[in-house]
Design a protein around this ligand. Structure first.
Ligand code: ADP
Ligand code: ZN
Length: 616
């Protein structure tokens, strides 16, 4: 609707302008020969009895001469003269007491016009805003109707639902899905069934109706669902559950019905529901005001799934990254009883994903995708796709023949650390940043078992003035306590270095501190890593399942425990800070060398850091 509302507004504006123009033209009728004259000239002409008519409106005087007068004027150094039959002038602020008498004496035809706004204009001023408001309201309603149930205007609901539930032609196959060997294996069975349902039934195989694809966003759940349809060569119907939730109650349910009706008509087919958690959240969770619409949609979905015949050849795939918040009713046998978990890709899969997405790009022969894959832990397929895209853009911008390793590295940095920022930084600030980053890097180098330092830079990136980037050698699934403690030390190393070098601390460490606090809170409250508190977990520091962020929640532990938790958190942080400060103080020469190199070279890679530390 965003755009459509502006059109009428602009139109109205244009109309008002036109009206104004027209009004002015009428008002100025016959004003062609009108001359703007001074008040004293007017008085002169009046004295000469050359004024036939005068109209006074406020301080504006308009009138007609009895005889045309000749005016001489200078335009761009040229003297020209013209005749004028009418004139305009302005009444001076100082009262001209004799004007009335003089006009009378010369028998001038006199008209006075009221300066009060005409009644018509007054009415217009009162009514116009209302007309505008009602117009906008009407448009808004109409816009909503476009997707609405059509109770008021009719016919819209159907077309809205149809838009989403028409089948798509899919040309994606398992070939296009890199890695994911396990999920593919599990879904092969579904493909077999859809390809030849009769054969499958003869053997007596039981095929699940609903399969839930569980995994973080961007890991290729949609892609996989499409690939299943592509492999089997069947119709693919898809909808995102967040689209169900509309302004009007009843739309979601009617769309679900529509979707399934169409899918059954086109059987064998696949229905794919993205973001299932948007409708499938536990009912009566009371969060978000017990959304009626959502519950109706969910109920409709459940009844559609139950309503299948066992031999109806429709398979429902749904994707979610929050299986834990789903309504248990959805997971019951006969509904989404089969789960396929899709993890973030490990580096071997990442390499394959990169391979898939670089198929159509000309790569330089020095490119080693395995190196990029190893350097991108935690990235999903979607991230890697945008990395390749970013690298291609960089190459195109440089008119390069092919994408090189350098382009890929820069694209990776941009995605991991944010884009480079051009900004002016004073020498002193640069020094502070250099020491800060040198502190992080030094502590990371000195402590055993930390992730290798990949890159240190004092070029501003994203929100940060400098970045120290560590990359794990392989993907990690478990984090030992010692590793986490070391991470705290590394994060606090920046601040410690600033304190040592300048005997002062700056605001630059804010995000470090936030990370340190969050991590320590989790260590104490969720992972039971505090000796004093032991193996207990608390709701503190948990992210809210629906919002993905922390909320003020009901406390399930005593005041004493809350106090103890605070004590433990601050003790752990203090210890880490002392350790970092100690390490840095004991290696002052190395810190100075690193900071100096950073000021000189601005960006150091891991190898260069090693060289500098070895030399200092
Ligand atoms: P999800 O549905 O899990 O949020 P998508 O399926 O929409 O993720 O994935 C987004 C994009 O990421 C896809 O269009 C695809 O190009 C890319 N992608 C993700 N995983 C893979 C993969 N395993 N192989 C190839 N491309 C992938
Ligand atoms: Zn820092």
């Amino acid at each position: 609707m965003g755009q459509s509302i502006w059109k009428p507004l602009v139109l109205m504006f244009v109309l008002i302008l036109l009206f104004d123009l027209f009004y002015n033209m009428v008002a100025r009728q016959g004003g062609e020969q009108q001359a703007e004259i001074t008040y004293s000239r007017f008085r002169e002409e009046l004295a000469l009895d050359n004024i036939r008519k005068v109209t006074i409106r406020g301080t504006a005087i308009k009138g007609e001469f009895r005889k045309k007068i000749t005016l001489t004027e200078t335009v761009q150094g040229k003297v020209s003269s013209r005749e004028a039959a009418t004139f305009g002038t302005v009444l001076p602020a100082i009262d001209d007491a004799t004007l009335m008498a003089d006009l009378m004496a010369k028998k001038v035809e006199l008209t006075a016009i009221s300066t009060e706004t005409s009644q018509f204009a007054t009415i217009l001023i009162y009514i116009l805003p209302w007309v505008l408001i009602m117009g906008i309201w009407w448009l808004a309603m109409r816009g909503a109707k476009g997707q609405g149930p059509g109770a008021m205007l009719g016919g819209f609901a159907k077309s809205g639902a149809k838009m989403y539930s028409s089948a798509e032609k899919i040309d994606v196959t398992f070939e296009d899905v890199a890695g994911m060997e396990n999920p593919k294996q599990e879904l092969k069975e579904v493909v077999e069934f859809l390809k030849d349902p009769k054969k499958f039934q003869r053997i007596g195989g039981k095929v699940p109706k609903g399969i839930l694809l569980v995994g973080p966003p961007g890991t290729g759940k949609t892609l996989l669902a499409r690939a299943v349809a592509g492999e089997a060569g069947v119709a693919f119907f898809s909808i995102s559950a967040s689209q169900f939730i509309e302004m009007f109650v009843g739309v979601g349910a009617s769309r679900v019905r529509d979707l399934f009706t169409n899918a059954k008509k086109a059987a064998p087919s696949i229905v794919f529901i993205d973001e299932l958690d948007a409708v499938g959240r536990s009912r009566g969770a009371g969060f978000g005001g017990g959304h009626d619409e959502r519950e109706q949609t969910l109920n409709q979905l459940l009844s559609e799934m139950d309503g299948f015949d066992p031999h109806e050849e429709v398979i429902v795939l749904a994707a979610t990254n929050r299986p834990d918040v789903l309504d248990p009713a959805l997971l019951r046998p006969g509904r989404f009883d089969r789960h396929v978990v899709i993890d973030r890709p490990d580096w071997r899969d990442r390499e394959q994903i990169l391979r898939v997405h670089t198929r159509k790009i000309s790569l330089d022969k020095d490119v080693d995708l395995a190196v990029i894959a190893r350097g991108t832990p935690g990235m999903t397929g979607a991230d890697l796709e945008s990395l390749v895209n970013e690298a291609a853009i960089l190459a195109a911008r440089e008119n390069a023949q092919a994408v090189t390793m350098g382009h890929l590295e820069r694209a990776k940095d941009k995605i991991l650390m944010g884009g480079e920022r051009k900004m002016f930084i004073s020498e002193h600030e640069k020094r502070i940043t250099a020491y800060h980053e040198a502190g992080h890097a030094l502590v990371a180098k000195l402590l055993p078992g930390t992730d290798p330092v990949h890159k240190v830079t004092i070029l501003p990136r994203g929100m940060a003035l400098g970045v120290t980037q560590q990359l794990p050698e392989d993907d990690r699934y478990h984090y030992p306590k010692t590793y986490l403690l070391n991470r705290l030390c590394v994060a606090l190393g920046g601040r410690a270095a600033e304190r040592l070098a300048f005997d002062d601390i700056s605001t630059g460490a804010q995000s470090d501190l936030k990370m340190v606090n969050d991590l320590t809170e989790k260590m104490v409250c969720q992972w039971g890593m505090s000796e004093k508190i032991g193996a207990m977990t608390f709701s503190r520091g948990e992210e809210h399942p629906f919002l993905g962020r922390k909320l003020a929640e009901e406390k399930t532990f005593s005041e004493e425990m809350a106090w103890l938790i605070d004590q433990e958190i601050s003790a752990i942080i203090k210890e880490a800070e002392d350790k970092a400060a100690g390490l840095i103080a004991a290696n002052r020469a190395k810190l100075d060398a690193l900071a100096a190199a950073l000021l000189e070279e601005e960006t150091l890679d891991g190898k260069r850091v090693d060289e500098i530390l070895a030399g200092a």
